[in-house]
Design a protein around this ligand. Structure first.
Ligand code: UD1
Ligand code: CA
Length: 457
């Protein structure tokens, strides 16, 4: 097969988004919108991908900075789609083969469709092939005009179309395969004598027809795949479609998702078999979840590695943490960055953790803050325990060795170390290290003043 290079048009601002952020950088399932067509072009075999950037080009350049197959072409003024492609002639000079043209705001096209589209174009030996679809309401799109043999003779924009042409419901998706040699000579000669005073890429069809080159249409059945995102209503709709696709792939691979329309799993997240996910769960970042887990409603999980047989109860929030097997978390626990939990750990309701390591079988069942701590295995942390890790200037570590029992309402004024197999009595404020096998108790002796309230009244 001939070589393929891609161009992704992304210089426009996206005025209808009513946003400070350029349209193509708005996130869709964890990636900027433009990443979707870029990834699809890559999967379809494009060896080099040229992004036409203009508005907030620095944001787009920064995002793709470490992707070696991406090159940039700047379009300072947005003079039309034809002008945008002409801006790539330097970046792609010397390239011979097929150029696949995509739009940064058409994110739902699939790799399978693009692959068959490319194959079709190359089999037809066409100069230009346009990906088209039929729409019930084609308003706003370029209409595809064909001759009796079914070859494309022209694409007419809504604003330039006659009443009769507006009746045509086969539309231009804005996705094309074009022979590289033809493309750059054709776009160099475009005129802007049309209703929008723009250099229309679609006018290369007229050039091709005049030069007796073949122009084909490749119609696809599902208009949804070429839906453009112009405003936030369409952004949400595209998000819904991607969400359903991601969740379907997970279900096919063995994950139970109770309500796939109401489960928010980003691109790239891995979930194991026989794991059940309840509605309203959000899983993002570089997250991997094992087999046989249960994730209850409203859990928010970002950048976590979670083992097998883990229960994450309702309302728990976790980020950048590593969780062993058979762990129970929540409801309403907050695992902040750098939490590492061993197997069979239990973190109960209203427990917050940050930068801690907790060994196998240890428990903090209720209402506790554990930060900057190393906790051994089989440690019991009583309700209301606090690691006082911050002295106002610096953070300090608490070390609690294996088999320690911490009673309720204990404060550890770090830095402090509790030796293995010790017991810290309820209500103790620990300010000095505790040797192994000891009892640590620090509370004022209790005084009962009998009859006191009667005398007061
Ligand atoms: C274009 C097509 C229309 C098609 C529709 C499909 C033309 C003349 N018309 O119309 O036939 O039905 O797409 O969605 O091509 N862009 C630039 N630089 C520019 C202009 C546009 O980079 O100077 C980018 C935009 O950021 C966007 C894409 O090109 O990603 C499409 O541009 P847009 O102005 O939205 O094209 P339409 O008018 O919708
Ligand atoms: Ca336009």
């Amino acid at each position: 097969m001939a070589k393929v290079a891609a161009i992704v048009l992304a210089a426009g601002k996206g005025t209808r988004m009513k946003s400070e952020l350029v349209k193509v950088m708005h996130p869709l399932s964890g990636m900027p919108m433009i990443s979707w067509p870029v990834n699809v072009a890559r999967e379809a075999g494009a060896a080099v991908i040229t992004l036409v950037v203009g508005h907030q080009s620095e944001k787009v350049r920064e995002f793709f900075a470490d992707q070696g197959d991406i090159v940039f072409a700047s379009q300072e003024e947005q003079l039309g789609t034809g002008h945008a492609v002409a801006c790539c002639s330097e970046a792609l000079s010397g390239f011979t083969g097929t150029i696949l043209i995509l739009c940064g705001d058409v994110p739902l096209i699939t790799p399978e469709t693009l692959q068959t589209f490319l194959d079709y174009h190359q089999r037809q030996l066409a100069a230009v092939t346009v990906l088209t679809t039929c729409m019930d309401n084609p308003y706003g799109y370029g209409r595809v005009i064909k001759d009796a043999a079914g070859h494309v003779t022209e694409i007419v924009e809504e604003k330039d179309a006659s009443a009769e042409q507006r009746q045509i419901n086969e539309i231009n998706s804005g996705i094309y395969c074009v022979d590289a040699g033809f493309l750059f000579t054709a776009v160099a000669d475009l005129k802007n004598d049309n209703a929008q005073k723009e250099y229309y890429l679609t006018d290369i069809i007229k050039t091709a027809v005049a030069e007796r080159r073949t122009c084909c249409a490749f119609p696809i059945a599902d208009p949804m795949e070429v839906m453009g995102v112009n405003d936030r209503v369409q952004l949400a709709e595209a998000g819904r479609i991607i969400r359903v696709r991601i969740n379907k792939a997970l279900m096919v691979a063995g994950t139970t998702i109770i309500d796939p329309e109401a489960t928010y799993i980003d691109h790239g997240v891995v979930v194991g078999r026989d794991t059940t996910i309840y509605p309203n769960v959000c899983i993002s970042g570089d997250t991997v979840i094992g087999d046989n887990c249960v994730i209850e409603s409203s859990a928010v999980i970002k950048g976590c590695k979670v083992g097998d047989c883990v229960t994450i109860k309702a309302g728990s929030v976790m980020e950048d943490s590593v969780i062993g097997n058979t762990v129970a978390i929540g409801p309403m626990a907050h695992l902040r960055s750098g939490t590492e939990l061993g197997d069979e750990v239990k973190i109960g309701n209203f427990v917050e953790t940050k930068k801690i390591v907790m060994g196998a079988g240890s428990k903090a069942s209720h209402l506790t803050y554990l930060g900057d701590a190393t906790i051994g295995s089989h440690v019991n942390i009583g309700c209301g325990t606090i690691t006082c890790n911050y002295d106002g200037v610096k953070k300090h570590r608490t070390v609690i060795e294996d088999d320690v029992f911490v009673g309720s309402d204990v404060q550890f004024v770090a830095p402090v170390t509790i030796g293995r197999n010790s017991l810290v009595a309820a209500g103790t404020t620990v300010t000095a290290d505790v040797p192994p096998d000891s009892l640590a108790i620090a509370r004022a002796p209790q005084v009962n003043k009998e009859g006191w309230t009667l005398r007061k009244k």
